[in-house]
Design a protein around this ligand. Structure first.
Ligand code: UDX
Length: 436
């Protein structure tokens, strides 16, 4: 008989996983403590923006295979339980807050049938899976626990779940591996690499991958700083080094750096955990990665000040982009929004535009001004900052925009605009890591 699945936590990861597993033909129940989210998802409405997931969710709800509830007893029928709750940065330090992970395992424990498998997907500090196994051995001794980290990128969540570039499973027993092979059979059939690991290695794979990506971005942003000092051009440098297949071109886009719900918090939690384990020195470089990343935001503000004035109180600055990356409405730790807020705090009149992120951005920074229309945002501006590389910003006509601003100053925080085109239209064009 086909396995039945439960997904605990229906945020970004959980909602995606639940809809994708249902699309593979499984009966799936999603459980969350947030009644509003559950009500929305049950109607087939996605509480956030993710290309393709909206239609998939609706389709799966209509198929009858996928349901959502706030009632944890609904997991009683399921054989495999995926833990997909958040592990945010703690309020009082760098470490990850495990409250939700522990609470969700405790909440399902009384309903676990014999031989069921709990599968952690949340990003956790190494050692968490073992700790949860011990928690379960007391409350549900006939259940097993495995760890199966996810690597999904916002904007590609469905594709990354259904066609991942690898599946990593941390297991203690052969049976747990067999069950996971059954769940992922159709994905394995696509020749997806399958990696069996022990629990700590599976947990580490996720944070190691994110640390590597963060390092790659901060590396190129460090090169951008050197290019600025030496009169070079980081975009040419990145292109040139990327042709070496050992380096590669991806994640070498210099600019205002990384943000979002994963990379910043994951590298900080990883440092905190390494210190607890007595391996602090091994990850000290990540502190530098974090600092380079935050410095990129400051460098944009420095460019604005050096072009306009130290005192920004008389200036209107239009910020294009609020989300941490395009094709997402996520503003968590968004470099764009951070820069907007800092300029606002410095006294500038800041108007922010974003194609999808205005509402979440307004919730975070209610004192900023938001504009739904790009032209209304830039009208009479003394400077335009291009901070999230939405496609529509590359389609802006520098001639037309030049006729409605007060001063033709544009700063490309993502190195994605056509410098020659903007300069030909009379703009002062600055970009991070490019000097001429
Ligand atoms: C990331 C990981 O890629 C994913 O595997 C993991 O599961 C979750 O964290 P995501 O947060 O969706 O995914 O964003 P990602 O596409 O990795 O981008 C992260 C940040 O880096 C964005 O702010 C982006 O603008 C920035 N970035 C990315 C750069 O500044 N330069 C680059 O070259 C690439």
């Amino acid at each position: 008989m086909a396995l039945k699945l439960s997904v605990v936590g229906t945020g970004y990861l959980g909602a995606t996983h639940a809809a994708c597993m249902s699309s593979l033909g499984f009966t799936v129940v999603g459980v969350d403590t947030d009644a509003q989210k559950v009500a929305q998802l049950s109607k087939g409405e996605l509480p956030f923006y993710e290309p393709g997931l909206d239609t998939l969710l609706l389709q799966e709800i209509e198929s009858g295979r996928l349901t959502f509830t706030t009632d944890f007893s609904a997991v009683a029928d399921a054989d495999v339980h995926f833990i997909c709750v958040g592990t945010p940065q703690s309020k009082d330090g760098l470490a990850a807050d495990l409250t939700y992970v522990k609470a969700s395992v405790a909440a399902i424990a009384p309903f676990l049938k014999d031989n069921s498998l709990v599968v952690g997907k949340s990003t956790v500090p190494v050692g968490t899976a073992q700790m949860l196994r011990e928690q379960l051995s007391k409350s549900a001794p006939h259940a097993d626990l495995a760890w199966n980290p996810e690597f999904l990128r916002e904007g590609f969540a469905v594709e990354d779940t259904l066609k991942p570039n690898r599946l990593v499973v941390g297991v203690v027993t052969d049976r747990a591996e067999q069950i996971l092979k059954e769940v992922y059979a159709s994905i394995i059939a696509l020749d997806t690499p399958w990696i069996r690991a022990d629990l700590p290695t599976a947990e580490l794979v996720k944070v190691a991958a994110n640390s590597f990506l963060a390092t790659k971005i901060s590396f190129i942003n460090a090169m951008a700083e050197v290019c600025e000092a030496a009169g070079g051009d980081v975009t040419v440098l990145a292109k040139a080094i990327g042709y070496d297949p050992r380096i590669g071109h991806r994640f070498l886009q210099a600019g205002i750096g990384f943000g979002g719900g994963c990379l910043p918090k994951d590298i900080r939690a990883f440092m905190a955990r390494a210190e607890e384990l007595g391996a602090k020195q091994a990850l000290d470089f990540l502190r530098e990665i974090d600092e380079i990343n935050l410095r990129a935001r400051q460098r944009v503000i420095d460019v604005v000040r050096s072009d306009l004035s130290e005192d920004l109180t008389k200036y209107k600055i239009a910020v294009l982009g609020a989300t941490f990356k395009p094709d997402s409405d996520d503003v968590r730790d968004s470099p764009a929004l951070d820069i907007a807020a800092q300029l606002h705090a410095a006294g500038a009149k800041v108007v922010v535009h974003d194609p999808k992120g205005i509402e979440p951005a307004r919730k975070r920074f209610p004192t900023l001004t938001f504009e739904e229309n790009v032209e209304n945002a830039v009208v009479d501006a003394d400077a335009i900052l291009h901070l999230t590389e939405w496609k529509e910003y590359r389609a802006l006509d520098p001639q037309r925009i030049g006729s409605i601003v007060k001063s033709k100053l544009i700063i490309d925080g993502r190195n994605m605009l056509d410098r020659d085109l903007w300069r030909a239209a009379g703009w002062r064009f600055h970009a991070l890591g490019r000097t001429d």
